[in-house]
Design a protein. Structure first.
Length: 136
């Protein structure tokens, strides 16, 4: 599939023109282009609750959903200065129940008890991200 031939879903509303697509196809491989842009273009501009100000309910939701993830996810990839969650998780901090259910779903779907191997699970999640033009 040639991603560059598809119309961009990012468009002007997300601050990227079609020519600035973060993915390109090269010899059948999808490569992440390095974007020289501020990260704020890609992040939600909503209020988030810092971990230091989190309620007991929010802290419980964060810890509970994390406990469902495979061991490979124990070390955070997107560390924050305050030790809080990755920005994508923090964007759900205003509604702790939504945070739990949104991220617990992925944890359950990547359970080692399921019939798919870890490699197959990663291939599926990668393909879904590429199809949705998700850059993380």
């Amino acid at each position: 599939m040639n991603l560059s031939a598809r119309p961009s879903r990012l468009g002007k509303n997300r601050g990227l023109a079609h020519s600035e697509n973060p993915f390109r196809v090269m010899n059948g491989s999808i490569l992440r282009q390095t974007l020289v842009r501020k990260a704020s273009i890609f992040m939600a501009w909503i209020r988030t609750i810092p971990i230091a100000e989190a309620s007991a309910e929010l802290k419980q939701a964060m810890e509970s959903q994390k406990a469902l993830y495979p061991i490979e996810y124990a070390t955070p990839v997107h560390k924050t200065e305050d030790g809080g969650p990755a920005p994508i998780v923090a964007s759900h901090s205003l509604i702790p129940q939504a945070l739990y259910h949104a991220f617990a779903t992925f944890g359950v779907l990547t359970s080692p008890d399921l019939p798919l191997s870890r490699r197959q699970q990663e291939m599926i999640t990668t393909l879904v991200s590429v199809t949705n033009r998700c850059v993380y």
